[in-house]
Design a protein around this ligand. Structure first.
Ligand SMILES: [Zn+2]
Length: 162
């Protein structure tokens, strides 16, 4: 999306992107002779928040990457967290809940510990119920994978490729 700037009578430039008002307050940056605009919005009245403006796509962004002087999207960069633990996301949730329980094996389906001294019974039972619910979802997910694999094996056997 390219943002159009309007020039106000007082000389300040104002643009609109994602429904928020952006006003240039400067100072902008100059990196190896390349100007990087700093644009501002006001998430709350009187509170300015600076952004860089990507020199390529003119989107506002938090970071500019140095090799190409462009934003994350233009450099085709991605966040590792979008890919880690993605194949079976329930495993990650189960491990996190089990760590909250404390003193237990964090792997799914391992035995659950007794209530920690000093912890309320209600909270312990709530965590245990959440662990069971997430493990149930995980089991369902894994069942789906097994079903899919069995189906693929049957198809391959039918084609004599197994
Ligand atoms: Zn960009």
């Amino acid at each position: 999306m390219r943002r159009a700037y309007r020039r106000r009578s007082d000389g300040a430039e104002v643009g609109r992107a994602h429904g928020s008002r952006l006003a240039r307050r400067g100072p902008n940056l100059l990196i190896d002779g390349n100007p990087i605009l700093v644009v501002w919005d006001e998430p709350m009245a009187g509170v300015g928040r600076p952004w860089f403006e990507c020199p390529r796509c003119y989107r506002r962004c938090r970071d500019i990457y140095f090799r190409q002087l462009a934003c994350r999207r233009c450099c085709r960069l991605d966040y590792a967290s979008r890919h880690l633990h993605r194949q079976t996301p329930a495993v990650h949730r189960v491990e996190r809940l089990r760590r909250k329980l404390g003193d237990c094996d964090v792997r799914p389906f391992a035995p659950l510990p007794e209530r920690r001294p000093g912890r309320s019974k209600a909270y312990h039972e709530k965590l245990v119920a959440m662990v069971h619910a997430e493990e149930g979802k995980l089991l369902e997910h894994l069942g789906g994978i097994v079903h899919d694999l069995s189906r693929r094996i049957q198809v391959r056997k039918g084609r004599h490729q197994w």
